[in-house]
Design a protein around this ligand. Structure first.
Ligand SMILES: C[S@@+](CC[C@H](N)C(=O)[O-])C[C@H]1O[C@@H](n2cnc3c(N)ncnc32)[C@H](O)[C@@H]1O
Length: 196
């Protein structure tokens, strides 16, 4: 079954706050975005598919960097609405499409990107196969997904915030690190080149 937590009003509001919090100085701006962009090959004249595009900031970025066409897709209508409001420019489109359904798409792409969204899917193998089918020969899949540490914090009655501060040092309680769960699968950045 597909999940779509970002269309929950409270969750979406919290996500917006998180993205705004210390804008330019948070982990997304300082670590995820610059490192991800280093892995993306030359986009000049390329067609790009972004899976789980969120606000679509990267899609506008790659179009302005010279991509021919960028399609941002997301399961969340709220995300696509915001992407259309904030980042739609000529040559960039946004569509509500779940990653589970991309095999029904009739276009192929030179580059598929996905930043911090693959961990929401249960069937990783199918997703990778679907991406392969959607790539032109020699194309690239570049994706990242959440590190297990992010979701492994244990909240207990004695440590309700999941961490303690002792002598100005931060101690996280990561006891759930080995608990198997859907989002706890793989490490952070990957780049695959499709060789036919
Ligand atoms: C952490 S956000 C990342 C957004 C964007 N890639 C970015 O880096 O700013 C995760 C995104 O994945 C989307 N998502 C989650 N499950 C999805 C699914 N099954 N199909 C498509 N998008 C999904 C969410 O709606 C959300 O926009």
């Amino acid at each position: 079954m597909k999940q779509n937590v970002y269309d929950n009003d409270a969750f979406f509001k919290q996500y917006e706050e998180l993205r705004e919090e210390q804008k330019g100085q948070n982990a997304n701006d300082l670590i995820e975005i610059p490192n991800f962009r280093k892995l993306v090959p030359d986009v000049q004249n390329k067609s790009i598919l972004d899976l789980g595009c969120g606000y679509g900031e990267s899609d506008k970025f790659y179009k302005e960097k010279g991509a021919k066409y960028v399609l941002g897709t997301d399961i969340s209508e709220k995300m696509i609405e915001k992407a259309n409001e904030e980042n739609k420019i000529e040559g960039v489109e946004f569509k509500v499409i779940a990653m589970e359904d991309i095999s029904s798409m009739d276009k192929k792409f030179d580059i598929i990107i996905s930043s911090l969204a693959f961990h929401y899917l249960k069937d990783y193998d199918k997703l990778i196969k679907d991406c392969y089918e959607l790539l032109n020969d020699g194309g690239y899949l570049v994706f990242s997904q959440e590190h297990p540490l992010v979701t492994s914090i244990k909240y207990t009655e004695h440590v309700p915030k999941g961490h303690m501060v002792v002598d100005d040092k931060y101690f996280g309680i990561f006891s759930d690190y080995n608990r198997p769960r859907r989002e706890n699968k793989r490490m952070v950045w990957w780049r695959y080149n499709k060789i036919s």
